[in-house]
Every structure is written in C-alpha cells, then in structure tokens.
Design a protein around this ligand. Sequence first.
Ligand SMILES: [Zn+2]
Ligand SMILES: [Zn+2]
Ligand SMILES: [Zn+2]
Ligand SMILES: [Zn+2]
Ligand SMILES: [Zn+2]
Length: 251
Amino acid sequence: MSTLPESNRFDGHQHELNQAKSEVPFSCDGCKELGFGSCYQCPVTNCSYIVHKECHNPPLTLSSHQFFEGCNFQFHKEYPTGPGTRICDVCVSDIHGFSYQCSRGKHDLHPRCANLPPAFSLPDSDKAIYLCDEIKSRCLKCQSKRRSSGKVHGLSYVSSEGKLCYHVACLNEALVENWRNGLLTPDANANGESSRSLELQSLAPNQVARPQSSRAMRKLKWLIKFLKLVISALLGDHFTLFSTLFHFFQN
Ligand SMILES: [Zn+2]
Ligand SMILES: [Zn+2]
Ligand SMILES: [Zn+2]
Ligand SMILES: [Zn+2]
Ligand SMILES: [Zn+2]
C-alpha cells in the first residue's frame, strides 16, 4: 500500500483508496451526500475515508451537460460561498462538499448527480428510460409532478412512453427508507414474498403488487424493470442489494 504525499492529492487524504461496494449507506467524505454501492474506500485500519466513485479523482472541469447547455462546469472542493448555500440542480438537495459550479454561476451539481446516465435502452424491448427535466405523469414515489426547492426543479427518470416517472430526489429518499426498514439486504434468501411486496410498496406506493389480469401483470413487470434500472443508475452497475425485488419474476 502506497502513501501519496499530501500535496499530490487534491482532497488532502493521504492513503490510496480501493474500489469497493458498500452494502450499507455511507456518508461520502467528498460531497457529504449519502451513498450506496459503488465507492472508493480507504484500506488503512482506523481510517474510515470513503467516497462515491464519482468523488474519487473527479475531473476538474465538465465541458457540457445536456440539461445545462452552454454551461461549463468547474469542480470545487468546497463551495466558494460556504456549505449549504447552494442547491443541486439534479437532486434538489443542499451542497455541502464537492460540487461542480457552472461558469455562469447559475447551476450546481453534486459529482454523482453530474454523472447520472442520461438514458438506458433495453435490449429486448422497444422501451427506454431517459433523464428528463419535466415529467408528464406523477412521480411513482411522491405522487406529484413537481419536486422543487426555490427556483431549482431537479431532474427525473422517465420511461419512453412517459408513464413511469421518478424524481432523482425521491429515488435517493426511497433508497434510504428501504434501508432503514430493513428491506435492503445482500441476501436474497433472507426475505420472503411479503417483504418483496413491502419493498415494492415502499418504492412505488399505489401500484398493485398482485395483479389479476395478464395486462396488469405486464405493467407490473415493466414497473419492476424500470425501478431496477433507475436504482442501478444511482447505485452503480451490477448492484445486487435489491435482489429480492429483482428476483420477483425470475421463476
Ligand atoms: Zn460523493
Ligand atoms: Zn485513509
Ligand atoms: Zn449553468
Ligand atoms: Zn445532487
Ligand atoms: Zn417524486
């Protein structure tokens, strides 16, 4: 294990970090936001330094972002006007640590929020999921179309037919809530059918967990696929914690 001289590391942390996957939520030492899944962690005993994948050696500039056209983004280790004075334009929560600020001083992004996948296409389907700034249906979690704080409205994931929508802010909250309720578990066999429908209810209240018709069953399958994909977008690839939900229809 090598130790870099402090001056070589932009964040002042002196140990080299290992790529890891956190099965419990962590507070990122870079952006100070909650994280799950893909991360970089310090292997040194008694050093608990841990950051999002996107907060590990972040690029110092981002030249473009589809929702903020004409803005160049600059990385800040600390926000120039102090913590908590700006709100992320993607997840609508306060900025307390690492962030990108646009050249016009209008937009701010958490590193992880700046790097959310803009779209997924599904190989065996004509459907897709997009990151959007406006939604036409209500969010599956909060049941409303708008999720804003002052002038900041945040982004959402939306299915191509426009019916399934999830605010990024609500997705963050739903993950924490599921973890608190013990529904997130790395062991697929630990939970039975009852916890699966609980998990679904908590992620998407008002959706029918036990469909009566085959049309409703197709709708539910698509809903679960949608949830699985947007959650993996947030948590990183090959995430397995939501295994109970994901194995819902495997047999
Ligand atoms: Zn972070
Ligand atoms: Zn360390
Ligand atoms: Zn801007
Ligand atoms: Zn954010
Ligand atoms: Zn919402």
